[in-house]
Design a binder for this molecule. Sequence first.
Ligand SMILES: C[S@@+](CC[C@H](N)C(=O)[O-])C[C@H]1O[C@@H](n2cnc3c(N)ncnc32)[C@H](O)[C@@H]1O
Length: 247
Amino acid sequence: MNTLVGLGVGPGDPELVTVKAANLLAAADVVFVPVADTGETGRAEQTVLHYAEAWRVERVVFALHDREHTARREEAWDAAARRVADWFGEHPGTTAAFATIGDPCVYSTFTYLAESVRGLVGDLDVRLVPGVTAMQDLAARSGTPLVEGREALQLFPMTAGSARFREALLRGDSVVAYKFGRMLPETLAVLRETGRIAHAVYGAGLGLPGEDLRPAADLDPFAPGPYLATLVVPPVRDGRGSGLRRP
Ligand SMILES: C[S@@+](CC[C@H](N)C(=O)[O-])C[C@H]1O[C@@H](n2cnc3c(N)ncnc32)[C@H](O)[C@@H]1O
């Protein structure tokens, strides 16, 4: 049986890799890491190299810098899946890990890869190993509980537009924004309009050199952000246990 493991390696800090993921990174026959076609070291790759020797790590291009769902992106998924399928053709019965930043079940390239590899490799067992997400890291290190009591949590990719994000803010839910990058000014404007900016926290490049963690209200309202940036917007809380009293 060929085994393909989607492995979450956390947002950046190598110490946030779980023991299970570290053990698998040490034991896998090969560790695939998604990289952009620019040749720079991938985000998951930086973390993986703390646990796996470079000779077991293989890069697969995933066109990560394409913002839209382009044909180029589809071609990159197909090529990556063929490369993984070829690995199993050359090394039958082995275990291949595919490392992904954060968690493999949260907006991860692994989802697309696994689906395509399943179509190419008959004898395949696909497994998932969870990882710490960027929102958990930001919440913990800024001292911002994500949810308490009866509060609801919503996660938004800002690439889908800001309408539903605004609705959730107006409802008073706990809200997290991912994938805003160049849309940071628009995202901050919505936080301000809805009266939610005062408690919001921002984290860019979490766990990586040059990390930037601060209150969202301290950001330049006109400057775009990097791709690896997250916003956590907790509900307005009114004393101990207020989340338990929410309607
Ligand atoms: C394609 S999603 C991947 C999410 C990831 N699988 C997770 O579980 O957190 C990419 C988005 O995750 C967030 N992200 C991932 N790593 C981050 C980091 N080190 N610092 C800040 N945000 C990060 C950013 O919002 C980024 O746009």
